[in-house]
Design a protein around this ligand. Structure first.
Ligand SMILES: Cc1cc2nc3c(=O)[nH]c(=O)nc-3n(C[C@H](O)[C@H](O)[C@H](O)COP(=O)(O)OP(=O)(O)OC[C@H]3O[C@@H](n4cnc5c(N)ncnc54)[C@H](O)[C@@H]3O)c2cc1C
Length: 468
């Protein structure tokens, strides 16, 4: 039998790679993690979930401090120290990254700082970032977990005008006076509100008919309403035409409602998506197929080369950290236990956008159910008619439930509203246990809480559905 240096080599030490490594090591496999980044921690910790949410929370505190009048409180002079806002965020990120570095170096598996490329189906070339050293290792199995990078610009003129990405935005030393945000997805919307609440004049330009296009239109339009109220200019249904810079201001021209519109600002934030980080991996040397750069995997997270698996943003189909983790665990489990394989199941897909109000869904949206031809009944309830949200003056948004019209099983939930990212987890739990709207409506809810709002659409649907 052929001998290899390792049972499993994991390429990438981010969320997906670390999850694969701890699972493989716990199963007794001789494991190595190879991490090529200049810093250790992965996207979520260093430049993704954690820094953005730390900054958004600061923006929320500032917004509340500036707008306390509804509760009879006078605002006084509210100001901020942007350097301190960033310093607090940096300190937290350093703590999280240090902890992850400790986990990666605690001896359960070998941790190598190098960039890996496949030389053949069982061999990796390692190029050390420090000292430019080169070496090679062999392994029986691999997990590719190399993440994603900002997508290339669709308009060459944008490269000439120059722009910042989310990586730059979380590391800014000073705020621009004005900003054009290109894109209308989660990252674009979160940054648009963050900058606007810190006094930056923000214009958001989105190609689709409404922002947050993976959500139902009612959710996207609710956020557009809030953004406009907070002074953000929102253009939807656009087509980018041109971009230029005069040294002081950057201009983006686009088609909107049959006319050419030009907007100028001090800076452009490019938030038009990310692409899998797979190009430099030499995947062709290992027989691993890709589609538009994405590593093709089956439900077991196995690639076209059966001994090579993938997890996280490099394979998708969702760029969400808990899914990267679940995929990493699934890949490692299937390597260790091939006779009792596990498969990924996206029935409980969750998506959260940390704007205020927060936007979240689990399972099916109306859009997705219609596209898949799944029959459903839906009922919504607004936060402007609910006790706890009225106390909080959090009147924007609604909750919505989708149920099987015959059995009443909950098929999906959406929430645009205060703490929507937290509230959605009640429906995640209910769906995990395949609860019906009747069971949810009969579950006790404390009063007055935000959570009790779910009982209203549940009761409405329960009244319409007589389970057989
Ligand atoms: C601004 C922003 C905000 C986000 N907010 C959220 C959020 O709130 N919630 C959420 O769920 N998700 C969020 N995400 C998405 C989330 O961060 C990612 O889905 C997740 O971090 C992906 O993990 P990963 O392990 O696939 O990749 P990564 O964490 O990117 O890890 C990949 C690692 O592989 C290394 N690598 C790459 N190539 C090689 C190579 N050839 N050799 C060795 N090492 C290599 C990289 O250095 C990197 O460390 C956000 C993303 C962004 C950009």
């Amino acid at each position: 039998m052929k001998r290899f240096d390792f049972d499993v080599a994991i390429i990438g030490g981010g969320s997906g790679g670390y999850a694969a490594a701890r699972t493989a090591a716990a199963a007794g496999l001789k494991t190595v993690v190879i991490e090529g980044g200049a810093e250790v921690g992965g996207l979520c910790i260093l430049r993704g979930c954690m820094p953005t949410k730390a900054l958004l929370y600061a923006a929320e505190v500032l917004h509340l401090a500036k707008n306390p009048q509804p509760w009879g409180i006078r605002p006084g002079k509210v100001s901020y120290d942007f350097a301190k806002v960033m310093a607090r965020k940096n300190l937290m990120i350093k703590d999280f990254a240090d902890f992850r570095a400790k986990q990666l170096n605690d001896g359960r598996f070998k941790f190598i700082r190098a960039n890996a490329t496949f030389l053949d189906a069982n061999k990796l070339e390692l190029k050390s970032a420090i000292g430019n050293r080169q070496s090679a290792i062999t392994a029986r199995h691999f997990v590719i977990a190399t993440g994603s990078r900002v997508s290339p610009s669709p308009l060459p003129q944008l490269n000439d005008a120059g722009f910042i990405t989310s990586d730059d935005a979380v590391a800014l030393k000073r705020l621009p006076k004005s900003l054009i945000v290109l894109g209308g997805g989660a990252i674009a919307c979160e940054f648009a509100q963050f900058f606007a609440r810190f006094g930056v004049k923000v214009t958001l330009i989105q190609r689709s008919g409404h922002i947050l296009k993976e959500f139902d239109a009612d959710a996207g339009m609710e956020i557009e309403k809030v953004f406009r109220r907070e002074g953000i200019r929102v253009f939807t249904g656009t087509k980018l035409l041109d971009s230029k810079s005069n040294g002081k201001l950057k201009t983006v021209s686009f088609e909107h409602e049959g006319k050419t519109v030009s907007v100028s600002a001090e800076e452009i934030l490019f938030a038009l998506g990310r692409v899998p980080n797979t190009a430099p991996l030499g995947l062709e040397n290992a027989g691993v197929k890709t589609e538009n750069g994405r590593v093709v995997t089956n439900g077991k997270m196995q690639t076209s080369a059966p001994h090579i698996y993938a997890a996280g943003d490099c394979t998708g189909p969702h760029e969400i950290v808990h899914i990267a983790i679940q995929q990493g665990e699934t890949a490692a489990h299937n390597i260790a236990q091939p006779k009792s394989p596990r498969r990924m199941d996206y029935r409980l897909l969750i998506s959260v956008v940390f704007t205020e109000p927060q936007v979240a869904f689990v399972g099916l949206t109306e859009k997705e159910a219609a596209a898949r031809g799944i029959k459903f009944l839906a009922a919504s309830y607004p936060f402007n008619d609910h006790g706890k949200s009225l106390i909080m003056e959090a009147k924007d948004g609604f909750v919505k439930l989708l149920a099987n019209p015959k059995t009443g099983e909950i098929l999906g939930g959406s929430c645009v509203g205060p703490a929507g990212g937290e509230l959605i987890h009640e429906i995640v739990t209910a769906m995990a246990k395949r609860m019906t709207v009747h069971e949810l409506a009969a579950t006790p809810h404390y009063h007055p809480t935000l959570a009790e709002i779910w009982t209203y659409p549940a009761e409405e649907l329960a009244g319409q559905i007589q389970p057989v």
